[in-house]
Design a protein around this ligand. Structure first.
Ligand code: PRT
Ligand code: MG
Length: 213
């Protein structure tokens, strides 16, 4: 049996064509089903539906053989116990620093001000500001980071941006790009040895579909 860990929402949607290229079709839709284990048309493949941030954990511990996770999530996790053989080029966005419209970010840096930053991506943010030689106070949030600068919790946020619509709606502006983000295939290292043939056929089909798209 091959177990594939996925999150619902954009990753499931953008992975569906890749799975189809490998001949794998979920028999239920995770958006409407309450099941967390979804059978597929292949007797030897099942999908498990987990939180996006939990995908690396399931694969690391071998509860799933492979999974699909954003580079944002993998950077925070650290990648221990995982192969990351393939960039699937899906769920693309950018990790950015953003501030309130009119806030002088560059000026604050020049003055050596100590900025307060809210983020869900504490490791990424810490490494980014350390590399710039900036001293910041990081405050961990679990969502709605955009609110932080509006209510005086922070001067800046570190978050993902795709269309920019969320920033605009909250009168924030991006001031710095930290990295380009896309989703990666992750593989449990032990499973890759024990189930090599079947996993390789799925990986090859994914790679062909990514290169064709
Ligand atoms: O939503 P939930 O709390 O369950 O978990 P999640 O947010 O971790 O999962 P999900 O499904 O929203 O995101 C899964 C993966 O998609 C992330 O790990 C990223 O790699 C990738 N991705 C791509 C994004 C976005 N684009 C994105 N725009 N993840 C989140 N966003 C959010 C962003 O955090 C911000 O709140 O969308 C908002 C900004 O979008 P725009 O279009 O307004 O700029
Ligand atoms: Mg989300």
């Amino acid at each position: 049996m091959i177990t594939i860990a996925l999150s619902k929402g954009r990753i499931f949607e953008e992975t569906t064509p890749l799975l189809a290229a490998a001949g794998i079709v979920a028999l239920e839709n995770p958006e409407s089903s309450r099941k967390l284990i979804l059978p597929t048309n292949c007797d030897d493949v099942r999908l498990i539906i987990v939180r996006a941030t939990d995908v690396p954990t399931y694969v690391q511990h071998g509860a799933a053989d492979i999974g699909i996770a954003g580079k944002d999530v993998l950077d925070e996790h650290g990648g221990a116990g995982l192969y990351q053989p393939l960039d699937l080029n899906i769920a693309r966005c950018k990790m950015m620093v953003a501030v309130r419209e009119g806030f002088d970010y560059q000026g604050s840096i020049r003055r050596g001000a100590r900025l307060k930053v809210v983020t869900k991506y504490v490791k990424t943010a810490r490494e980014h500001f350390a590399a710039k030689g900036m001293h910041v106070d990081l405050i961990k949030l679990y969502g709605s980071m955009e609110l932080g600068p509006l209510v005086g919790l922070a001067d800046a946020i570190v978050d993902l941006v795709s269309t920019g619509g969320t920033l605009r709606a909250n009168h924030l502006q991006a001031v710095e790009e930290i990295s380009a983000i896309s989703s990666r295939l992750v593989v449990n290292q032990a499973a890759f040895k024990l189930k090599r043939e079947r996993l390789q056929s799925i990986m090859d089909a994914f790679a062909r579909a990514v290169n064709a798209g």
